[in-house]
Design a protein around this ligand. Structure first.
Ligand SMILES: CC(C)(COP(=O)(O)OP(=O)(O)OC[C@H]1O[C@@H](n2cnc3c(N)ncnc32)[C@H](O)[C@@H]1OP(=O)(O)O)[C@@H](O)C(=O)NCCC(=O)NCCS
Ligand SMILES: [Zn+2]
Length: 189
C-alpha cells in the first residue's frame, strides 16, 4: 500500500507505485511516475513528467524540474535541485514574456544507485553515473562517471566509491572497496 499525505498536492494522473510514500506539502505535477518503494520528503517539488524509479529516496525540500529522470535507487539529500534550462530567460529580446513553448528543456539523468548530497545542484543536461556520489553543496556542471565521488563548485572528481558507499582504492581501472569485498571496473581517468 502506498501512502500520500492528504496535505500533498498530487496531479490526477500521477502514478504512485506500491509501498511508495509522499509526505506533506509536496507537489507532484502532471505525468509524474513514482516507482515502487520510493519516498518523497516533505516540501518537495516534482515537475511535469519526471520519472522516479523504484526504491528512490528524496529527502525534504528537493526541487526536481521537468526533464529529469531518476533511475532505481537514486538518493537525493535535503535541498537538492535538479534544473532544466541552461540559459534561462524570463523574456524574449523584445521584452515580451516567454511562453511555455519558447524554451528548450535539457534532460538530466541520475543513474541507478547514485546519491546527491544535501544542497547539491545539477545544471541541466548532465548525467550522474551509477553509484556515483555527489558531495553536499556541489554544483555539477558536467557528466559524473559511474562510482565517482565529486565535490565542489564546479564539481570535480575527488575519488571513487563502492555501491556500499565506502571509498575504492583504484589501480589499473579496478576499484577495490575498503569496507566490503566488492570490486568495480572504473572507466576513467
Ligand atoms: C564528500 C563526502 C562524502 C566526503 O566524506 P569523507 O570521505 O568522509 O571525506 P572527508 O570528510 O575526510 O573530507 C575529505 C576532503 O574533502 C573535503 N570535503 C568534504 N566534504 C566536502 C564537500 N561536501 N564539498 C567540498 N569538499 C568537501 C574535506 O574538506 C577534505 O578536504 P581536505 O583533504 O583538503 O581537508 C562528504 O563530506 C559529503 O559531502 N557527504 C554527503 C552527505 C550528505 O549530504 N548527506 C545527505 C543526507 S543527510
Ligand atoms: Zn563496498
Amino acid at each position: 500500500m502506498s501512502y500520500v499525505d492528504p496535505r500533498a498536492l498530487v496531479a490526477d494522473d500521477v502514478q504512485i507505485g506500491e509501498d511508495a510514500r509522499v509526505w506533506a506539502f509536496s507537489q507532484l505535477r502532471e505525468g509524474v511516475v513514482v516507482g515502487t518503494g520510493s519516498s518523497i520528503g516533505s516540501h518537495s517539488y516534482v515537475g511535469p513528467g519526471v520519472r522516479i524509479g523504484k526504491n528512490c529516496k528524496l529527502q525534504s525540500g528537493v526541487l526536481v524540474f521537468e526533464g529529469a529522470d531518476l533511475e532505481d535507487g537514486a538518493f537525493l539529500g535535503p535541498g537538492v535541485i535538479i534544473t532544466n534550462d541552461r540559459l534561462p530567460r524570463a523574456i524574449k529580446p523584445d521584452g515580451t514574456r516567454k511562453s511555455d513553448d519558447d524554451w528548450r528543456i535539457d534532460r538530466t539523468l541520475v543513474r541507478r544507485g547514485a546519491s546527491l548530497g544535501a544542497g547539491a545542484l545539477l545544471v541541466a543536461g548532465v548525467t550522474v553515473g551509477e553509484f556515483a556520489l555527489v558531495a553536499a553543496g556541489a554544483v555539477v556542471t558536467s557528466d559524473v562517471p559511474p562510482h565517482a565521488l565529486v565535490a565542489g563548485v564546479p564539481a570535480r572528481v575527488m575519488g571513487w566509491v563502492c555501491c556500499c558507499g565506502a571509498r575504492l582504492q583504484v589501480e589499473d581501472h579496478v576499484g577495490e572497496c575498503s569496507e566490503c569485498t566488492r570490486t568495480h571496473q572504473i572507466s576513467s581517468p
